[in-house]
Design a protein. Structure first.
Length: 230
């Protein structure tokens, strides 16, 4: 999660297009009576994420309650490759700000200066995912403040939206973002992270996607299993 306390797009969707043309590896062996096949599970995940389409929410932060940030997120593209146990996603986020009546920006600035458009591409390998959880975006934001040594700051998110978080003990999740703010040229960034995720508009869908992702993780050999040898 990228938290720049001002105007940081939260997004969590994307794809690595070049990887789509690679030849898929053979499907992993599936235990008997283990539920839906990997292909069926990955197709379910792809469909549920695609169905999200465009949705939005607002955020305010305790240090600037007079500023409302409006986010519009769109699931631009999703592709599941069961042969490679990999999910590729692309999402766009547009952020604008509103000021409370009577509030003004510093001289020389306009609201357009703070508009941003972000395209994020992500690659998720279910072989490397160790855990899947569902959290409110509000909690994710506040945790990010705490980890950045700003426990005094807090966020408000309306309406409630959810994040299906994917975890690993090493930075296995690759992410590329292209962000254009105001009239400036886009800034390109690449990152590898220990956790990533997808934003979901409702809790029911988030739980279904998390359950399917957990099943895909298990079929692909991911997850963390502690066994007693003696």
């Amino acid at each position: 999660m990228k938290m720049k306390f001002w105007f940081a797009p939260i997004l969590v969707f994307g794809c690595t297009i070049t990887a789509w043309g690679q030849q898929s590896a053979p499907l992993p062996t599936q235990p008997a009576d283990s539920g839906p096949t990997l292909a069926t599970t990955m197709q379910f995940i792809q469909e549920k994420l695609t169905e999200q389409g465009q949705f939005g929410w607002t955020e305010t932060y305790s240090n600037r309650p007079d500023v409302t940030r409006r986010y519009v997120f769109n699931v631009a593209d999703v592709m599941a490759d069961p042969g490679a146990c990999t999910l590729y996603t692309t999402g766009t986020t547009d952020m604008t700000i509103d000021l409370q009546k009577g509030k003004v920006l510093k001289q020389g600035f306009t609201l357009d200066d703070f508009r941003s458009h972000t395209v994020e591409t992500d690659t998720f390998s279910f072989k490397q995912i160790e855990k899947v959880t569902v959290e409110k975006l509000l909690d994710v934001q506040n945790q990010a403040f705490a980890e950045a040594a700003h426990p005094d700051l807090s966020a408000t998110v309306t309406p409630i939206v959810f994040v299906v978080k994917l975890w690993a003990s090493s930075p296995v999740f690759s992410e590329h973002t292209s962000t254009a703010q105001g009239k400036h040229a886009p800034v390109e960034k690449d990152a590898n992270k220990k956790w990533s995720g997808v934003v979901i508009r409702d809790e029911e869908t988030a739980n279904k996607v998390a359950k399917a992702m957990t099943h895909a993780m298990e079929l692909c050999g991911g997850g963390v299993t502690k066994k007693e040898l003696f």
